[in-house]
Ligand binder design. Structure first.
Ligand SMILES: [Zn+2]
Length: 132
């Protein structure tokens, strides 16, 4: 692997291919590259300046720490998935979500009953519940 630094034309937050951290792309951006089949270099991601500052040994440590974090998260997610699989889940209906949205519009933006009825000509589809 080789890390190269080039003038940057990518702005905004990007993820580091070596440590997994999100960082703001600066005026220069580092790229992690491997040799490609044609003897050139092929980039496989951006590199943050903390990794650059860490040097070769520090980068190896940061990659390992990222792998450990991801592994811990995967273990936690798998445990949660097992717990969820064993539970009943009560899910609100689309109508229940809609009535909460309408309540928000009524109370936050002062939507009148006339405006609401104009947007909801099939009130019976929502049952008897109204957002007022
Ligand atoms: Zn990094």
């Amino acid at each position: 692997m080789k890390i190269i630094v080039r003038p940057n034309n990518i702005f905004g937050r990007v993820g580091c291919a070596l440590c997994g951290e999100s960082f703001e792309a600066g005026e220069v951006l580092a790229w992690a590259c491997d040799d490609d089949a044609d003897g050139g270099m092929e980039s496989f991601g951006y590199v943050c300046m903390d990794c650059i500052a860490a040097g070769e040994a520090g980068i190896k440590q940061r990659v390992k720490e990222w792998a450990n974090r991801v592994q811990a998260e995967a273990t936690k997610a798998a445990k949660f998935a097992d717990e969820v699989a064993a539970e009943r889940i009560e899910v609100p209906s689309a109508a229940a979500v809609k009535i909460e949205l309408d309540r928000f519009h009524v109370h936050r933006w002062g939507m009148t009953r006339e405006q609401w009825e104009a947007e909801n000509p099939t009130v019976s589809a929502l049952g008897d519940e109204l957002p007022f």
